[in-house]
Design a binder for this molecule. Structure first.
Ligand SMILES: [Zn+2]
Length: 265
């Protein structure tokens, strides 16, 4: 990193702290958005006893550890998913800080990762990817990346982003047209967003790595669920979380994976 070591350390740690806070916010958005509740107003409540969770009991990660995963009022278990979401978001923010150093891209990709966390939580629970999250991510992503690329003197990256969106989104659009039952409309729309962010960092090669990893991980888990549930068709696995995971891995590891793969020939 271009920064002196102490500053770089501070930068990454600060990104992690911010990630914890945004992870807590992601939980609130993922809970309230599908229920059409206001995101900005009202304090969080215990889902069991309905008691308001005060600010001191709502410090990301730390409160869960201090309260030993139980509500202070009723003693009911607090789901492990809350600290887990906060931890994952913190790691993603730290990853963005390390990968993109001190740049506009670091902020834009942290925001993108945050949207993926929200979409993953909603898709796991409701098996849907709301336009209310996908569309703003696409529009804000393109606006942010356009400014970052032009200000940074890298207009070529926008070509990569456009080509990426065309490959990832176009492929899903084609699959959904041929097999409408096989893929949801939300997956197709999300694919255009994912292709944009993959293409921006590494062009078509990295886009293909991200797509490949999505299908690979989704396929393995899908088969695993099918085997353990005895082929129950109702146990449908949402694809959104695997698209998100494959894309994140593609952004961080796409280039080295591609070099290693191509280097073997
Ligand atoms: Zn309670």
């Amino acid at each position: 990193m271009g920064l002196p070591a102490p500053l770089a350390t501070f930068y990454v740690v600060a990104a992690g702290m911010l990630g914890l806070i945004f992870g807590s916010f992601a939980t609130a958005v993922a809970y309230r958005l599908p229920r059409a509740e206001s995101i900005s107003s009202g304090r969080s409540k215990c889902p069991n006893c309905g008691n308001t969770i005060t600010a001191i009991q709502n410090i990301p990660l730390f409160s869960y550890v201090v309260l030993r995963g139980r509500c202070k009022h009723c003693g009911d278990r607090i789901s492990i998913r809350y600290p887990l979401i906060e931890l994952v978001t913190a790691l993603l923010f730290m990853g963005a800080a390390l990968r993109f150093e001190l740049s506009a891209e670091a902020v834009i990709y942290a925001g993108f990762f945050w949207a993926l966390v929200v979409l993953t939580v909603i898709d796991l629970e409701y098996k849907l990817l709301p336009n209310k999250v996908v569309f703003p991510t696409f529009i804000a992503g393109w606006a942010g990346l356009a400014i970052a690329a032009l200000a940074g003197g890298n207009p070529g990256r926008l070509v990569g982003a456009a080509v990426g969106a065309a490959i990832f989104g176009g492929f899903f659009f084609l699959v959904a047209s041929l097999y409408p039952a096989g893929m949801g409309g939300g997956d197709v729309k999300l694919a255009f967003v994912l292709g944009t962010f993959l293409g921006y960092v590494g062009g078509p090669g990295v886009v293909l790595v991200g797509m490949f990893l999505s299908f690979l991980i989704g396929g393995i888990v899908g088969v695993g669920v099918m085997v353990t549930s005895g082929g129950d068709r109702k146990m449908q696995v949402p694809f959104g979380p695997f698209l998100a995971l494959g894309t994140v891995l593609g952004i961080f590891l796409g280039r080295p994976l591609l070099d290693a793969y191509l280097g073997t020939f």
